[in-house]
Design a protein around this ligand. Sequence first.
Ligand code: S3P
Length: 180
Amino acid sequence: MKNIVLFGFMGTGKSSVGKILAEKLNMSFLEMDEIIEKENRMTIDDIFKKHGEVYFRKLEKDLIKRISKNSSSVISTGGGVVLDEENVRLLSKKGILISLMASEKVVYERVKDETHRPLLKTENVLQKIKEMLDYRKLFYERAGYCIDTSDKTKEEVAEEVVRYVKGQINEDSKSKIRRT
Ligand code: S3P
């Protein structure tokens, strides 16, 4: 079974949807930020503070090189993973890529009371989200399938992912039969 790779901006529900998916499909669950925090014994916020974003992106890429060799895993990525072409290429080798989307207002409502996201530690958070989303939208849209999560529960999003993944698996097996 291929990996299911969840891309998406901060606050689109990658981690919580990923957890539900892994349970539903009996797959292992890999939350990238959580793994980076464990391996470095430091929060993402502290890594940014102490070593800066470029260093964090190196840790992210190093982890992707390792986990993209897995199979049957649900991989919840950090929101900036899609900005690096090699990251996307590696994850697509053995993965079905799906982006979770949400409007800037919805993202804002979901993250405004949280304090652990280094890139959102700024005066005008809504404006910052808007700018980042405008820039990143096309990157997220490179995934094979995008789900607007704005008006959906996490369960509904997970069910939509399952439907899409099952469809992809059917397509794969049909094309294998055609080739034999
Ligand atoms: C980032 C998103 C964060 C985390 C880091 C950078 C980004 O992950 O990786 O703060 O560039 O969008 P979440 O999307 O899980 O919040």
